[in-house]
Design a protein. Sequence first.
Length: 65
Amino acid sequence: MKRPYLREEWIESILKNPMKMVKQENDDRIRYWGFVKELGKYLRVVTLVDGKTVHNAFPDRDFKE
């Protein structure tokens, strides 16, 4: 795993109840954001077009509510 500090339950929680969701125009991937209290940061989760297969997940320093 590229980011071992990320927990699967955080990612699942954001996918089920995102603060924000945006479909990328260039490749149809979907971006989800949520706040992770334990990290004290917003996490961006990117899925493939199916909305289930996680492509990437990382803390997003630039996210604004």
